[in-house]
Design a protein around this ligand. Structure first.
Ligand code: KG4
Ligand code: ZN
Length: 336
């Protein structure tokens, strides 16, 4: 097999990222310029600010990615880029950039689905991992239980009906006075709390065993805090964090393992920003051990948005013959 270097670009939300990935699994560089400090001031991502910042950063990030990989554009075989789902203005920056480079250098252009990227992050550090497997994608924007039937072939078994798992973390974090993004902060605070202190509801949806719902849980946390305040009682944020996290993790583990069982899978993976959550990793690891199936998860750097995962996904799309034209557009609600 010929060695294929892909220059990958990701700009769907608030990270401007570029990477050079060889043969889908060897990351030669992975550069991320995060805008978190900027959006923190507003308690969440402001789309207009994200787009503007991407434009400012993207050329520099790509130059760094090439330099770090020790290559020039002459060594690149294809350009991969996230074209959805995400913020339309943010996506457009990466898509326009990828098209410009591919057109100027006469390179194939490969558009990638952001979730396919998150799933493919698992290929980077697990050379032995190949489809079929089951993958739970949990991020700030998505909660998808996906059957990866083959490279580029996905069946969505379930998804969230309302908030994404990461969104629930961020909203609860805000309610207990932790900053944005709240996921890592709740993760840390939960370690000092009692997960059995408060019983929060776990949503199960009639007739849709693999769908999720987190807005009820979020409301329950807010109601609990309001209730305490109205009664003039104090509450323990660490206990809230731990109990909330347990409710989230329990549901994710239960539904994932039920799907593993039904689909007869012997490999299970997690992906997305929330996949770096310590309780989720432990819970899944234990459950998979009990079932005697292999469990995969990416390092934290490949869990949150990055371009290396887009390079991994783009490689398999490239092998499958996926090529996009100069009319490639950003698709904010792109289906997997
Ligand atoms: O994948 P990602 O970077 O962006 C999206 O595609 O949405 O995920 C970001 C989300 C945020 O909601 C953040 O709070 C959450 O991932 N997150 C975590 C942890 N680290 C990041 N949630 C729980 N525990 C963590 N350790
Ligand atoms: Zn993401």
């Amino acid at each position: 097999l010929r060695s294929i270097n892909i220059l990958a670009i990701e700009s769907s939300c608030d990270e401007t990222a570029a990477a050079v990935v060889n043969n889908g699994r060897e990351v030669r560089s992975n550069v991320i310029s995060s805008q978190i400090e900027l959006h923190k001031l507003y308690g969440g991502v402001v789309p207009e600010i994200a787009s503007r910042k991407h434009i400012e950063k993207i050329n520099q990030v790509i130059e760094e990615a090439l330099k770090e990989a020790g290559v020039t554009l002459d060594d690149i075989d294809a350009v991969g880029v996230t074209y959805g789902p995400g913020l339309v203005g943010a996506l457009l920056v990466g898509v326009a950039e990828a098209k410009a480079i591919a057109y100027a250098r006469k390179l194939p252009l490969v558009g990638v689905h952001h979730i396919e990227g998150h799933i493919s992050a698992n290929y980077i550090e697990h050379p032995e991992l190949e489809p079929p497997f089951l993958c739970l994608v949990v991020s700030g924007g998505h909660t998808h239980l996906v059957c990866v039937k083959d490279y580029g072939k996905y069946e969505i078994l379930g998804r969230t009906r309302d908030d994404a798992a990461g969104e629930a973390y961020d909203k609860v974090a805000r309610a207990i006075g932790l900053g944005y993004p709240g996921g890592p902060k709740i993760d840390r605070l939960a370690k000092e709390g009692n997960a059995e202190a408060i019983k929060f509801p776990k949503a199960h949806i009639e007739g849709a065993p693999y769908d999720f719902s987190f807005s009820g849980l979020k409301s329950a946390v807010l109601n609990y805090i309001n209730g305490c305040q109205m009664k003039g009682e104090s509450y323990n944020p660490a206990d809230i964090a731990a109990s909330f996290q347990k409710a989230v993790v329990d549901v994710l583990v239960e539904k994932s393992m039920a799907a593993v069982e039904e689909y007869g899978m012997n490999k299970f993976a997690i992906a997305g920003g929330v996949a770096s959550n310590s309780a989720l990793r432990e819970g899944m690891k234990k459950a998979c051990e009990e079932k005697g199936i292999a469990f995969y998860y990416p390092s934290p750097i490949y869990c949150t948005d990055n371009a290396a995962m887009i390079g991994a996904a783009a490689y398999y799309e490239y092998l499958a013959g996926t090529r996009h034209g100069w009319d490639l557009n950003a698709v904010p609600n792109l289906k997997l």
